[in-house]
Design a protein around this ligand. Sequence first.
Ligand code: NI
Length: 413
Amino acid sequence: MTPKTRSVRRDIGLLAGARAITPYMVSIRRRIHQNPELSFEEVETQKLVLDELKGLGLRGKKAAGTGVVAVLGTGNAPSVALRADMDALPVTEMTGLPFVSKRPGLMHACGHDAHVAILLGAARLLRERDLPGRVVLLFQPAEESPPGGASLLIQEGVLTEHGVGAAFGLHTDPTIPTGRIGLRSGPLMAATDRFEIIVRGRGGHGGRPHQAIDPVVAAAHVVTGLQTIVSRRIDPAKAAVVTVGTIHGGTKSNIIADEVRLEGTARSLEDSVWRQIPELIEEVVAGVTKALGATYEYRYTRGYPVLVNDEKMVSIADEVTREALGPRATVWLEAPLLGGEDFAYYAKEVPAAFLRLGTGNEKKGVVHPWHSARYDVDEDALPVGAAILAGCALRALAGGVKATRKVAARKKR
Ligand code: NI
């Protein structure tokens, strides 16, 4: 038997195993769906995860406040981390599902209920196998609210403590049909930052502009100047967006205002651009307001960094996908997505792959986008997700992941 056929059999076994525990995952997903909790408030979800892990003979440890970390296998490091996020959103559910949210105004409208069920399913599959290393299960709180739970888990040392050498995570994707997995090497999700600018002038009479400093004119020049960041300052081969979304100032047509407030979003797909943008914005704001006699206040708030998928981990995910689901099951994503995702922090520390799990099903009407009040997940995707995540962990461990230099160096300190 060639190694290839052996691995084919093993992975088909994983999918069959996952299908056998679908009712378990469905019931977990529905229980969490009925009890959605916002970022860092995942108290009931945390309890559910701890109880379920206990039922599997695993000891979960509370982490990052409302998260849970558990370790499978007794082998030595390095280990592979599998991550599921747990938080819900302030959305009033309109799905009409029999297991609709019991908490008014809160809903699992981003599929994180399914992510938790899938990771528990993967844990059940992996528990039955001889692991050539360790698998670290990260039930992570607060993906939806920066600074997010991932950075906290990393600060608490979860990667160094367990010698994590690779990480995998997935997100439901209603634009991809159930049974397929969306993959992309390199940048997958954007860095999504916010900025606020206050342009201060000196108010006065609209008919006597020479006695005032008009912040409306200065703000208009700032907005125009900001357009040159993407067109003139950033390498045209690299993507970026600088959008001014709101502009507020003034009270009456014949009054020159004291100040104008602007708010915007800056998005980018490469670390170098992500680092550049805040300063470039301030240069424009400082220069333009100075030239026009105005002053400014400026605040730039980082969201999550760019999520960059590692080529080797993506190829592992592709192999596992094709072997478990068929030769055409991988959907290669041409372009990155401009949403943000705090899995990016793990991917900055260790080679990682974030997978888009197909959960769309037109026949069932499961087509609504993330964060919609009608968002739903095709539950037939639960076993697929569990089998693929478990398969990625096994394959990565078998391939000999190494604790990356970054993690190893920190551990020594
Ligand atoms: Ni999400």
